[in-house]
Design a protein around this ligand. Structure first.
Ligand SMILES: [Zn+2]
Length: 380
């Protein structure tokens, strides 16, 4: 099936007045906004790579002692399938879970994401109710799935459950790190679909719900957090998180990202109410520029903010091998930034960190980078 036929068959218009407008002409556009460097054959080859889904149910060996680091996963995260031409694909989840099944991670506390009781209420702190109901409506209209909101963002027949459970994973992890008797200090949630591009009333950039922004506002509402910070080292700017935080002084957003690149936001001049700290990198930048951006702009501001909780938008697509961007980080850079964020979490908020997966599209690099990140979190 050609790319054109795929979209011609799956995209349909919505009624006038709805906020998300689909165009039946979008299949004529030359490339996905997120995947401008990817040809379809490369995306298809990458989609075919991957391992067995059985690893998703791998549990903690009976003899292992729990650590203070929680892993919140769910088989549904590998069942969200936006189609064969989109690099944000189920094999990503499988690659990460296979890596985290290694003996080095046996001490992780492993929870399957529950469907959180405060889920809808939490989502509606960030997203418009009309948007939630519209997504639900499309998800319920199974004969017409998959449904493409744009060239990157496709709702398949298992996507709604995955999107709700992705949000739930973050809420559950927040509950756990605020439970003083639970022994959990930090958490990693390898969720799909990712979240940081989702706007209040718009799905985009592979994202439907703004997972970390929802978790941040939930921490304030449910656990009395006075200041919550998000550190976003995904190679793309988290436009959705930034807009959700834009005029809220008790929420902090700090991001390194390549610019210019999708979604086009993230300039230094975008500062919200002095709670937004963008440190854009340029194509070809690597470890030196990344560490400078963090140590000179973002981390000092985070320290001054004195967070009660730090969330991480853990995208690994700034890795040098990633086909969606042009930054040249290595696994060691993800270890480094995790360590620096942990130092601030230790100083201000009893180590509370909840990290949620965003991007990263080369399976081997994604698995190694996520492993580096989680290994460091386990050194709490
Ligand atoms: Zn990204």
């Amino acid at each position: 099936m050609s790319d054109h036929k795929f979209y011609a068959n799956t995209v349909r218009s919505v009624a006038p007045g709805q906020r998300i407008v689909l165009s039946s002409r979008r299949h004529t556009r030359p490339a996905h906004p997120m995947t401008a460097r990817l040809g379809v054959p490369m995306a298809r080859r990458a989609f075919m790579a991957g391992g067995s889904a059985s690893i998703l149910t791998a549990g903690l060996p009976a003899t292992a002692k729990p650590s203070a680091t929680l892993l919140v996963s769910h088989p549904a995260f590998a069942q969200h399938n936006p189609g064969p031409f989109i690099p944000e694909r189920p094999a990503r989840e499988i690659a990460i879970m296979e890596a985290l099944a290694a003996p080095a991670f046996a001490a992780l506390v492993r929870h399957e994401a529950p469907l959180h009781g405060a889920l809808r209420e939490a989502i509606l702190r960030v997203h418009a109710p009309e948007y939630f109901d519209m997504l639900n409506g499309y998800a319920s209209d199974t004969p017409n799935l998959p449904h493409a909101f744009d060239l990157d963002t496709v709702l398949g027949d298992r996507s709604w459950d995955a999107a709700l459970l992705a949000v739930s994973a973050g809420l559950h992890a927040v509950d756990c790190v605020f439970d003083k008797d639970g022994g959990i200090r930090n958490a990693f949630c390898p969720v799909r679909p990712p979240g940081h591009h989702a706007e209040a009333a718009r799905a985009m950039g592979f994202c439907f719900f703004s997972n970390v922004a929802i978790a941040a506002k939930y921490a304030c509402a449910a656990h009395g957090a006075e200041r919550v910070a998000v550190i976003d080292f995904d190679v793309h700017h988290g436009n959705g998180t930034q807009s959700a935080f834009w005029d809220e002084k008790n929420l902090f957003y700090g991001s390194t990202h390549e610019l210019p690149l999708f979604p086009g936001t993230g300039a230094v001049s975008e500062t919200g109410v002095r709670n937004v700290f963008n440190a854009p990198l340029k194509a070809g930048d690597g470890t030196v520029q990344f560490q400078l951006a963090m140590t000179e702009r973002i981390l000092p501001a985070l320290d001054d903010f004195r967070p009660d909780l730090i969330l991480i938008s853990a995208g690994f697509d700034a890795h040098e091998g990633d086909p969606l961007a042009h930054i040249r980080l290595q696994e060691a850079d993800f270890t480094w930034i995790t360590m620096k964020v942990m130092e601030i979490a230790d100083k201000h908020c009893d180590d509370r960190i909840v990290s949620m997966l965003e991007g990263g599209y080369v399976l081997k690099d994604l698995a190694h980078s996520a492993s580096a990140h989680v290994s460091q979190l386990m050194r709490v």
